[in-house]
Design a protein around this ligand. Sequence first.
Ligand code: PMV
Length: 313
Amino acid sequence: MATTGKGYAKVIIFGEHFVVYGLPGIAAGLDKFVTVDAQKVKDSNDIVVDDKVFNEKISREKNPEHIKFKLFDAMFKDEEFLPKKGIKFTINSNFPAGGGMGYSAALCVAMVRAMNSLFDQDWKEEKINELAYLGECVAHGNPSGIDNTCSTYGTTIWFEKNMEGGKNTIRPIKCGKSLYFVLANTGIKHNTKEAVEDVKKFKEKNPKEFDVICSDYKSIVSHAKKEVKFGGMFEIGKLMNQNQALLKQIGVSCEQIDQIVKIAIYEGALGAKLTGAGRGGNVLILCENEKFQDKVINSLAGKGFEAIKVKVS
Ligand code: PMV
C-alpha cells in the first residue's frame, strides 16, 4: 500500500539571511506543497525515485551519489531500525523548485512524513521537523531551519535559530488581518548555498557595517511582529521596503528583483522585497486588497514577469 507525505511551500516575510545569524524571522506556510508517495517494493534492495518535478527516474543502486539519496541518508542515518531499501518514492509538487518558496525543505518534510506512515513510526511534528532539517543541511550547507519549520507546520511563525545548537524558537503568529501578497517570479533560479556563503563573506569583510545592518533589521522585525498581529498592513509594507533596502546592502538583490519592486510600488503596492535567498527567485509584494493584486500582476505580466496571488492569514 502507498502512503503520502506532504511538505508546504513557504514565504519568508521578514528575515532571510539574517535568520542564519540568530536574528528573528517571520515566515508563512502556503497552501502549496510537495507530495511524496512511498510504497514498499517486495524483494528489492534498491530505492527508486520517480521524480515528476524534475522528470527523472533514479535508482540508488545505479546512482548512489544522487542528491536525493544524500538527503535520504542524512535524514535517516540515526534511525537504526528504519528499513532503508525496497522503497519506491514518487515526487510531485504544485509549486516550482528554485524559486525561493522552500522547495528543498518541502521535499524533505514530505519524504520524512511518507517514511513515517510507511513504517508506522509515529513521529511527532517536532521530530519530523528535526529530520527534515538534516536533509536541508545537505541541500544548503548552513540552513537556519526556517524553511523546514514552515514546511512542517504550514502556518505563520516567528522563528529564531538557537546559535548554541539547542532548540530553535518557533511561535505561531495569528495575523490580525489577512495579508494579500503577490509572489512575482524573476525567472532566475537562485542558488541558496551560494547566496548564504556570499553573505558570510560580506560579513567577514565588513563586520562593522554588518553589525549596523543587523541592528537596523532587528528593530524592523520586532516592529513587524506587532503589526502582523495587529493587521497594520500599511506599516508592514513600509517595513518590507526597509528590509529590502538592507538585503540590497548585503548584496542579495539583483536587477530583476529591483525592477519588480519598482513596478509593484508604482502600481500602488504597500511594500515589496525579495523572499528567500535572493539573486533571483521570487519577490513578495504586499497589496491592500485583491484589486491591487490584479493591478500589480497585470502590470508585471506586461513586462514578462509571471506572478501569482498568495493570501496569508
Ligand atoms: O532560498 P530559500 O527560499 O530556501 O530561502 C533560504 C533562506 C535563507 O535565509 C537565505 C537561508 C536560511 O537557511 O535561512
